[in-house]
Design a protein around this ligand. Structure first.
Ligand code: COA
Length: 166
C-alpha cells in the first residue's frame, strides 16, 4: 500500500537518480533547481528555506515517489503541488495517480485546503494524463517558459475541494 511520509534529506540521492536526462529534468522542475544534473545539496537547500512541505511516497518495495505542497495564500486555503516524480523503474503502474490522490486527500482533509493547483508542460503528456486521472481539471490560463533554447507551453490545472468530494 502506498503511503506518504515527510521528506528527509537522505531521500535526495534516490529521488534525483530517477531524473535520467536534461529534458526530463526541466519537465520535472522547470528552472527551479538550476542546471542538469541536479545535486542532492541543491534539492535539500531548496527545501531548507521552509516554504514547502516535501513528501516521500513509499511502499513495501521502498521509495516510490516525491512531491511538495506549498501554501499560495495567507489563509493557507490554496495549495500548489510541485516536483512530482515517480521512480523511473516504477512508472506506468498507477503509482503516480495514487500518489497524487494521496496528496489531494492530505491537502483537503488534513490541511483543509479549498483548492490545489499545479503547472505541467504541454510536452509532458504522461504527467498531464496522470493529473487528469487523479481528478485535476484544465484551467484556461497558460504561460510560456524558455527552456533548453525552446518555448515550452505550461498548462495550469486545478482541483477544488467541491469537485474532489464528488
Ligand atoms: C508523471 C509521473 C509522475 C506519472 O507517474 P506514473 O506512475 O507513471 O503514472 P500512472 O501509472 O499512475 O498513470 C497515470 C495516468 O497517466 C497515464 N500515463 C502514464 N504514463 C503515460 C505516458 N507515458 N503517456 C500517456 N499517458 C500516460 C496512465 O495511462 C494513467 O491514466 P489512466 O488512469 O486514465 O489510465 C511519472 O511519469 C514521472 O515521474 N515523470 C517524470 C517526472 C515528471 O515529469 N513529473 C511531472 C512534473 S509536472
Amino acid at each position: 500500500m502506498l503511503r506518504l511520509r515527510p521528506y528527509k534529506s537522505a531521500d535526495a540521492k534516490t529521488i534525483l537518480s530517477w531524473v535520467k536526462d536534461e529534458k526530463s529534468f526541466h519537465q520535472w522542475c522547470a528552472d527551479r533547481l538550476g542546471n542538469y544534473p541536479p545535486s542532492a545539496e541543491t534539492l535539500n537547500a531548496h527545501y531548507e528555506e521552509g516554504a514547502m512541505l516535501p513528501f516521500t511516497a513509499y511502499d513495501e518495495s521502498g521509495l516510490v515517489g516525491h512531491f511538495f505542497l506549498r501554501f499560495m495564500n495567507e489563509e493557507k486555503t490554496s495549495i500548489r503541488i510541485g516536483f512530482v516524480i515517480v521512480d523511473s523503474a516504477k512508472r506506468g503502474k498507477g503509482y503516480g495517480k495514487q500518489m497524487i490522490q494521496l496528496a489531494l486527500k492530505y491537502a483537503f482533509e488534513f490541511l483543509q485546503a479549498e483548492n490545489v493547483s499545479l503547472g505541467v508542460f504541454e510536452n509532458n503528456p504522461a504527467a498531464y494524463r496522470c493529473y487528469k486521472a487523479a481528478g485535476f481539471k484544465d484551467l484556461p490560463t497558460t504561460h510560456v517558459c524558455h527552456l533548453l533554447g525552446e518555448d515550452w507551453n505550461c498548462l495550469e490545472l486545478d482541483c477544488n475541494r467541491t469537485d474532489w468530494q464528488l
